[in-house]
Design a protein around this ligand. Sequence first.
Ligand code: SF4
Length: 450
Amino acid sequence: MKTLTAKVGNIKIGSGHKIVVQSMCNTHTNDIAATVKQCIDLYNAGAELVRITVPTMSNIEDVKKIKNILSEKSYNIPIVADIHFSSKIAIGIAPFVEKVRINPGNFHKDHNKACEEFAKLVQVCKQYDTAIRIGINHGSLGERLTMLYGNTAEAMAKAAEEWISLCKENDFYNVVISLKASNTIVMVKAYRLLSERMKEDGLVFPLHLGVTEAGNGDAGRIKSCVGIASLLSEGIGNTIRVSLTEDPLEEIPVAKHIADRYDNLKQSSLIKSHIDNKTAYLSYRDNNKEIIMLDLACDFGKSLLDRKIDNIVLNDVEYKENTIPVKADEKLKNYWIDELLQACRRKFYRPEYIACPGCGRTMYNLEKVFADVQARTAKFKDTIIAVMGCIVNGPGEMADADWGYVGEGNKKVSIYKKHEAIVKHVDEDKALDILVELIENDNKNIKKQS
Ligand code: SF4
């Protein structure tokens, strides 16, 4: 799809340019050495833009130092400042970075005041040639929009349209838009709606694609492929981030594989397919087992999301282990199919997890906590459980989670039931027991009532 082009340092995002792969540091921004190292590692691995969180005014100085060190080391890495609520921080950092990521709706509860702050930021970005990503998230749409449109894809598209018209009023076009959700159906629908409306309007801004809080492991990878590839296959999307609750370096090979497929640099490992009675019968062959899993999700996630097919049968699946060809067994094939169906929300064979990727705000060892939560809650099949790294944004970003485990800092955790914190300031070493007990009791009460 033909779009405007956003310029982020030496990187161009938009039609005619290849899909830009990006990631985000999960170091604390005031740990300058660790953040510089992670920026370089991510860049060397293939991230063309690197995002750094800027939670406080004092972090502006940290980012300036990080940029100086990178430049002394001859690393010309475009840096994206991640801002959550404060227009003051966004305006303060904008002259020193290549792009700022904001959700302007979070600048102020009063929409008019939020618009005023956004207009001020736009003026600074115009002056310093800084790009803006307007980052709308399904989990944090705000009361005004959800009252009007519900917590829906429509509300997300509307939010983006409002900020786009303000950009146009201010004659500012160095903009990328994202509409992330953890729910792949909502995510794909929101981007499709916005793309359609921008096309009708005649001015199409480039889009940053991502499935937010996708989690970890195979599940996080499959979910990301489903959301991102469904849209790229329709020509929607210009830059991508695969968000995993893992070391951010792990995101890059997945993102690069997806980007290369839709930049026509790579082909799917699918070797045979036919569809009969809404079931796809497939065979795959590749040296690498993981590539087959990613390709399966990229090739057929969209058909499952759109209900063009209802099921998948994997026939011959062949990969190599230590250069020896191996045929995938039924257990592995069924596991991939179950995971893909769950990512497309066509089957819930295990709990659904929402877990943030972590960033400089993360208050605990997120990867370990998430793995522990998964291990202890695997039995709660029809439950959505969120594990979030910080109390500032975590609760707002949990979207439709039934339960939330949120790091407060100082080894304390808050436990949420839907959007209400029902246990606060609990010690980290007791929090998981309490969460499991709460879910068990709740399930017993539901059984009694039914
Ligand atoms: S919820 Fe997670 S990713 Fe989002 S700001 Fe907090 S720690 Fe960072």
